[in-house]
Design a protein. Structure first.
Lengths: 426, 1126
């Protein structure tokens, strides 16, 4: 399956290579570099590149290309999904997945890669098992290791792989037993010129941080489970129970994990009764015009909250790629600060919190290249925001119960709504 | 030895300064000033006694390997440490060894003995890791050693080691393909393994080594299907892809009839199906389809579809895609729709995932547009998408365009045309052109829109529009001469060669529509000829030729001029063309023949181009594969075979090895069994180790299932016996059948079983028995059947003899260690067979039927099935609850007189019907009291009330006279007590029968605590609550009687009381009147049914029922009242 892996940084250097079968010369990456040169944007490098003897499948994360070399037929998603899992694992281990972090921990990285693939076929990809095999480096441990000469490879042999629940280690112990759940929803919207919604969908996840002793068996129930029509689960969730009772029943992995992700859509394609219109929490009034023959354009933008159930809209950031003809923007913001980069033509406006009494606005003029004709297109506006303590879909956790262990855990749940790809066409 | 050269390599390589691998070690900077010293120092460190120094050295070496530096000269120094005690040093040495062993084969051999020792280690993890490294060393000399190690590991006790063995197979194969035959044997053996841990890896080995040996899969097919959900995600992908191929060779095309009948109405037919992805709909449709046509889906085919469907919810995109392609290639068209939602969900993932998914969606949309139509908007393009994603989304949108949605799509396209990404704009224009060609109604609108684009400032946009317009005009040129004129004017401005060429071609082709302009265009072009691009020049020549033929008066000279210019062009293509054209059109003396036809040749009517999707016909590659993505065959790609014309024999998937049976004599079979027996213990051991994975299999539970068979007989259910018969050994059953045939005795286990169970009464006793009887499950049933007065003792005897011998061997086994099999081929099949009979009983059923669940009746079915997956049954929930004792009431379905000797009874087994949790399991017992045998007993053409569904049992082929058989079917009564009217068929007759459920059978027990119960009860007040007062008769006063009666009347579970008075009977009676609570859910809708019986010391007791379904509640009150007061 996967022959080799090359890590390539943004300047085109191979800074790590790992082979699971016989060694593949790193010159194979030349094909990748060619494709990279051809691509205008870093993310435009095709994920699959055929070369005379190999195929290169790559993913781009944190400005590092993870280039897998394969020799024969394999489902491309298999490799892509695996590479993403590698990145997730690195992130889990080192906190960040940067070139520097990988170089600093090159031995751990190598040990991890060695465990994750055997002869190119995934072996242990559950982070819990890996953590049993190879302890993640912490500052303290590094210190201790340097002094005592001990190692970060697990002394005990890992049993997780053989256990009842392969995602959970055995013998977990905590003094404070806690289980936190974050319901995070991202709302993806396209709003057209006239302000009507073209598409709106919600992509939600429930991330959990469970630190519970022993082998707890949790059940999580929702007030309105019907919303969760299109879901994917962590393998720990008992699917049948969900099908029958719409209750999430699971023995959680230890630590952080993504319990489930779901998708709520406003469009048809769902059985009647499941229809849920996606509420758009902010509105935008815009007036961006360019006049023919004039070297001035008007820019006028006002934001306001709607359907937020009284929760404040925070961390609002507006960005817009202005047309190439715009030389400069001379605007005034009623709140926050704006910047215009004359090279990339990127206008960003850091609004902060929206005050419903005094709606933030950004007004002014844009100066265009003299003599140039008016740009064809109006820029589209991308908005980011956060709303705390609310899930825009209305999803609510009903209760969390624990079986199988005696103690009483501390339970917490947090809701948050974020803008995903929130785009307003003008 | 290449050490010296390698060394100089390294020297060269290391000349770059500031290597990070040294940078992070502050101490190293000063020491390693020169390359020589550096390596010497590493060697020194490796030779030292201190583990910390060794570790430090190894870390540095690994860091060098990671950077691609050559460290092969350190090989001798490193390999010495292979036996190092320090586990991290060891691991790093392994890393080094695997990397360089190939280059330094001789030295690598030094390490082999260490691994060989490791292979014998008592710790399974050490054995596994030794095998892993040993097999990773690519040194041809050790092939025999590897082969031996793999074979041994394949029979290891630990499933983890067996998994490692499966991984090692492709490694060895790539090293020495000549070992293939031997490896196939190992694969065959491992394929029979029943642990989920091994399944994925061995299928991967199968795919790499012998994908053509599809026959190896037959006997493991059902097991793989059933295990699939619990296999780790990577294994799932491999298995699903393999099974797709397998199914294509073994089953009939489910869409064959439709293809013939519904070719035309495809889009409307699918338009509706995407949103109906519920199971029920599917099944209904399936039924409807099969009614209409002779096609009946093979139950194994259905099994595959059903077991893969839940995986659409996997978090792993590769799994989702694998299931999607399986459905696309294998499912009846009406069911394919279910994958759309899951695929659309993947579109939110990383852009690489999106890219692959969109490619596949694009192919799918060509074949099955309706499937994705409801999700049209999910493919709308955002300005922030990478270009390649944009283009693919555009492709999908274009494929999805139809008369109904074209206006929306075109409006969306208009937005895209304004985008700043010009490549994307060009693609959009192409897309508009394709929409216009496919949907006639919008052709004019599109054309007008494109013509407007001609005045766009961006040349690229204009050029692309011209090209597309040209194609569109070709379809109906006569209507659009004004557009042609307009385009002729553009030649002055447009510089893009392709566009210019297109315009010239258009003018030439339709010069009769623009007779005045055409010569003028030629004149202009002749002027600029020398400066044009090649494709434009060719079109100028064409234009000239065409004009010459139609309008030679005006253009003769111009043509001559152009041809002369072309004659001396640098490009030979153009020179050729000019020469050819001149010969063709200019009449000379020499060439008469061709020029006569010049007009016909040049002015022939050209067919309009068909704008096609680049994804057309890509579906002959298996979707989701690399080959599909690249649209070329990748190395190692296995073609997806075409459906067979006639279905191959489905019996090959039966677990029995048919061919070998006839040769068996009774004794030889027993001998062989003994041999097989030798294998057995490690499997049972392995079960101990891998218990979870085994029991996680939803339909089976090996060891415990047989145990629970006996347990359940205690609960009074005939079902349990039935399932025991099934689970205990489908193999055994079949084998028995064979034997029975041989010896002209008859198989009659079912009857015995039923009778046994009826004779069994006490549940407590059973519980005890269960505890005792778990290790040799069969013995229980054997001992129980002593008092059996059924006709065929002989088979019974032989049966118990066999089991005795088995038990003996088992004992022996405990003493003697397992031997590796010496003669594998012949024995393989039988071995497999025996294993099955003893261990994994119910994976192999022909059709899924309700299985024994390891827990008693008192748990809710869903909970039970869930818990099976986790084997927590004993620890988590063990409420001491009284299960209903006494046999279940059976009802007559067909009287023996009406049935002409066939006597049919049914009862409600109260087992969850696993194939469909919304169905009630009905156990049907056929007794043939006629003198002749009854053949092909089956249910047919159920005439059901609306909403009701029936899952028929597999046809009973022969029921000999005097025999009985028991089957289980599922009925969804829709929570109503209306009878299910069915037609029971034999080979000669049909009987109309009906199954009438008592209301108490329409529910399944639901486990809840007292608090939950009270809470739920609080929500079901008012109309949903029914209360009756009653006077309990004397003998019904005690708690045991009440519980027993209520549970007998309705399939509910007891809610444990807060005080554990049941658990400890001697405890003083609690103050206050005792209250008994029972909870359940209706089978179809899952509505709660809560029953409370409050007894009072004096005065009437009170019965309260809370249920959302009032009808059910009312009827249940009556039933329970009756049960309690009788």
């Amino acid at each position: 399956m996967i022959h080799s892996l090359f890590l390539v940084n943004s300047s085109g250097d191979i800074f790590l290579e790992k082979h699971w079968k016989s060694v593949v010369s790193r010159s194979v990456c030349d094909y990748f570099f060619e494709a990279q040169e051809r691509a205008t944007e870093p993310e435009n490098v095709p994920p699959v590149i055929p070369t005379p003897h190999h195929y290169l499948i790559s993913v781009l994360r944190h400005r590092i290309y993870f280039v897998a070399v394969i020799q024969s037929e394999v489902p491309p998603l298999f490799v892509i999904e695996f590479l993403h899992r590698v990145v997730d694992t690195f992130q889990d281990y080192f906190g960040v997945c940067t070139e520097a972090a990988i170089k600093d921990n090159v031995v751990v990285v190598y040990e991890l890669l060695e465990e994750m693939l055997d002869n190119g076929f995934p072996l242990a990809t559950e982070s819990n098992i890996l953590k049993e095999l190879i302890k993640p480096p912490t500052i303290l441990r590094t210190m201790v290791n340097t002094i005592t000469g001990s190692t970060n490879v697990g002394e005990q042999l890992p049993t997780g792989q053989l256990s009842v629940v392969p995602w959970r280690r055995t013998g977990v112990k905590y003094t404070n037993n806690e289980a936190y759940f974050d319901v995070v929803e991202e709302i993806d919207v396209i709003i057209d010129k006239s302000g009507s919604t073209i598409t709106a969908e919600i992509q939600g996840v429930i991330d959990a941080c469970v630190k519970l002793t022993g082998m707890p068996d949790l059940t999580l129930s929702f007030m309105n489970p019907r919303l969760l029509d299109d879901v994917s689960f962590h393998p720990c969730v008992r699917f049948k129970r969900w099908e029958a009772e719409r209750i999430l029943s699971f023995i959680p992995p230890d630590g952080n994990f993504r319990l489930l992700s779901y998708h709520v859509s406003s469009q048809n394609g769902y059985p009647v009764g499941y229809r849920s219109l996606v509420a758009i929490p902010v509105y935008v009034k815009h007036n961006i015009t360019f006049r023919e023959g004039s070297s001035q354009g008007r820019f006028d933008l006002t934001l306001g909250p709607k359907q937020t159930m009284g929760k404040g809209v925070e961390a609002v950031l507006v960005s817009s790629q202005l047309p190439r003809g715009v030389l400069n923007a001379n605007l005034s913001a009623s709140q926050g600060t704006y910047t215009f980069d004359p090279v990339t033509k990127m206008l960003t406006w850091d609004v902060g919190k929206i005050n419903p009494q005094k709606l933030p606005s950004l007004k002014g003029s844009m100066s265009l290249q003299a003599g140039a004709s008016k740009p064809d297109e109006n820029p589209s506006i991308n908005i980011q925001f956060k709303i705390q303590q609310m899930a825009i879909s209305g999803l609510k956790v009903n209760r969390l119960d624990m079986y199988g262990e005696k103690y009483k855990p501390f339970k917490g749940i947090k809701y948050m709504t974020k803008a995903g790809k929130f785009q307003v066409r003008t | 030895m290449s050490a010296s050269s390698a060394f100089s390599d390294e020297k060269g390589g290391s000349s770059s300064v500031g290597e990070p691998e040294y940078g992070h070690d502050p101490a190293s900077g000063g020491i390693f000033s020169s390359d020589y010293k550096r390596h010497d120092d590493l060697k020194e460190m490796l030779d030292s006694n201190k583990d910390s120094l060794k570790l430090e050295a190894m870390k540095r070496i690994v860091a060098m390997i990671a950077r691609g530096k050559n460290t092969s000269d350190l090989f001798p120094a490193v390999v010495k440490n292979v036996a190092c005690k320090n586990i991290e040093v060891k691991k790093l040495v392994y890393v080094y060894l695997v990397r360089y062993a190939e280059e330094q084969q001789d030295l690598a051999l030094l390490s082999i003995s260490t691994f060989q020792r490791g292979l014998k280690d008592p710790n399974q993890l050490i054995r596994a890791s030794a095998l892993r490294v040993l097999s990773s060393i690519r040194v041809t000399i050790i092939v025999p050693i590897m082969m031996l190690a793999i074979k041994e590991a394949a029979s290891d006790m630990s499933p983890y080691v067996r998994k490692t063995a499966a991984h090692a197979i492709p490694k060895l194969y790539s090293l020495d393909p000549e070992q293939k035959d031997q490896l196939i044997e190992v694969i065959e053996k491992l394929l029979a393994d029943k642990t989920t841990l091994v399944a994925g890896s061995v299928v991967m080995a199968f795919e790499e080594v012998c994908p053509e040996r599809i026959d190896l899969i037959h006997k493991n097919y059902r097991k793989l299907c059933n295990l699939l959900v619990d296999v780790e995600e990577w294994g799932q992908v491999v298995i699903i892809n393999m099974l797709t191929r397998y199914a294509r060779t073994q089953f009939l095309n489910p869409n064959l009839n439709e293809c013939l009948l519904e070719e035309g109405g495809e889009s409307t037919f699918y338009g509706s199906d995407a949103d109906q992805d519920e199971d029920e709909d599917e099944d209904k449709k399936d039924e409807a389809l099969s009614k209409r046509k002779p096609y009946v889906m093979d139950p194994d085919h259905r099994l595959l579809l059903r077991n893969t469907k839940p995986l659409l919810q996997s978090r792993n995109a590769a799994v989702v895609m694998a299931v999607a392609q399986l459905y696309f290639h294998l499912a009846p068209k009406a069911e394919v729709g279910v994958i759309a939602k899951a695929l659309v969900r993947l579109l939110r993932s990383h852009s690489e995932v999106q890219y692959v998914v969109l490619q596949n969606v694009a192919t799918m949309t060509i074949k099955r547009r309706g499937m994705f139509e409801p999700y049209l908007k999910s493919f709308y393009i955002r300005s922030t998408d990478p270009t390649q994603i944009k283009v693919l989304k555009l492709e999908v949108l274009t494929n999805l365009a139809s008369e109904t949605n074209i206006s929306t799509i075109l409006r969306e396209f208009q937005t895209y045309i304004k985008s700043m990404d010009k490549d994307f704009v060009a693609a959009t224009i192409q897309a508009i052109g394709r929409c216009a060609t496919h949907i006639g109604e919008v052709r004019d609108t599109c054309l007008n829109g494109l013509v407007q684009l001609l005045s766009n400032r961006d040349e690229l946009v204009v050029a692309e529009s011209v090209v597309v317009i040209k194609k569109l005009l070709q379809m109906q040129p006569e209507k659009h001469s004004d557009i042609i004129k307009h385009m002729a004017k553009l030649t002055d401005n447009i510089q893009v060669p392709m566009a210019r060429a297109s315009i010239l071609w258009l003018i030439g082709e339709y010069c009769e529509h623009v007779p005045k302009i055409a010569p003028d265009v030629l004149r202009k072009m002749a002027k600029t000829f020398t400066n044009e691009e090649d494709i434009v020049k060719l079109q100028i020549i064409n234009l000239a030729a065409k004009l010459y033929l139609t309008n030679s008066k005006q253009t003769k000279l111009l043509t001559q001029y152009v041809l002369n210019l072309a004659k001396y062009d640098q490009n030979y293509d153009i020179r050729d063309r000019a020469r050819f054209i001149r010969q063709l059109i200019v009449p000379t003396d020499k060439c008469g023949a061709l020029s006569k036809y010049a007009k016909k040749l040049i002015l022939a009517l050209k067919p309009a181009p068909i704008l096609e999707s680049p994804f057309k016909d890509r579906d002959h590659f298996q979707l989701g594969s690399l080959s599909h993505l690249l649209n070329t065959k990748a190395g190692g790609y296995q073609e997806l075979p075409d459906w067979p014309q006639d279905a191959p024999d489905p019996s090959v998937r039966n677990v029995e090895v048919k061919e070998s049976v006839p040769e068996w004599t009774k004794c030889s079979s027993r001998e062989k069994r003994k041999e097989k027996k030798v294998e057995k213990p490690f499997y049972s051991d392995s079960e101990g180790e891998s218990g979870p994975t085994e029991s996680a299999d939803s339909e089976s539970d090996s060891a415990s299932s047989s145990a629970s068979g006996s347990e359940q007989s205690g609960s009074g259910s005939e079902e349990s016996e039935e399932s025991e018969e099934r689970s205990d050994s489908d193999e055994e059953e079949e084998e028995e059948e064979e034997e029975a045939k041989k010896r002209k005795t008859q198989k009659k286990e079912p009857i015995e079983a039923v009778q046994q169970s009826e004779s069994e009464q006490s549940s407590e006793e059973e519980v005890k028995k269960r505890k005792v009887s778990i290790p040799p499950p069969r013995n229980v049933s054997e001992s129980e059947s002593d008092d059996d007065d059924s006709p065929s003792d002989s088979s019974q005897d032989s049966e118990s003899e066999d089991s005795e011998s088995e038990a003996e061997v088992k004992k022996k086994k405990k003493i003697t260690p397992p031997k590796a099999p010496t003669k594998p081929v012949k024995k393989e099949g039988k071995k497999e067979k025996k294993e099955m009979s003893l261990l994994d009983f119910d994976d192999f059923e022909p059709t899924p039927s309700p299985q024994v669940t390891p827990v008693g009746n008192f748990l809710s079915s869903s909970l039970v099935t869930d818990l099976e997956g986790l084997s927590l049954t004993d620890t988590v929930l063990s409420p001491a609850t009284i299960s209903p004792s006494g046999s279940l009431k059976s009802y007559e379905l067909l009287h023996r007189i009406t049935g002409e000797g066939l006597w049919v009874e049914y009862c409600f087994s109260r087992q969850p019907f696993l194939p469909d949790p919304h169905m009630v399991a009905v156990q049907i017992q056929f007794t043939n009291s006629a003198a002749t045998e009854a053949k092909s007993l089956r249910l047919e053409e159920a005439k059901l009330q609306s909403g009701m569904r029936v899952k028929e049992f597999p046809e009973i082929e022969v029921l000999p006279a005097g025999e009985s058989a028991t089957v289980v079917m599922g009925v969804d009564f829709c929570d109503s007590t209306q009878a299910a009217n069915l037609q029971l068929c034999t080979h000669s007759r049909k009987f109309f029968v009906s199954i009438q459920p008592p209301v108490g059978e329409l529910m399944t027990p639901s486990f809840m605590t007292e608090n939950e119960f009270k809470k739920e009860q609080g929500q079901l007040m008012g109309m949903n609550e029914i209360t009756e007062k009653m006077q309990l008769p004397e003998r019904c006063q005690n708690e045991h009687a009440i519980v027993q009666r209520v549970i007998a009347a309705a399939n509910l579970s007891r809610v444990p009381c807060g005080s554990d008075k049941e658990c400890s009977s001697p405890a003083p009676p609690p103050p206050g009147p005792p209250v008994h609570r029972f909870a359940g859910r209706t089978v179809t809708s899952g509505s709660l049914v809560l029953v409370t019986v409050a007894t009072k010391e004096s005065g009437p007791s009170q019965l309260t029922i809370n249920c959302e379904k009032m009808v059910i509640g009312t009827m249940l009150v009556k039933d329970i009242l009756l049960a309690l007061t009788q």
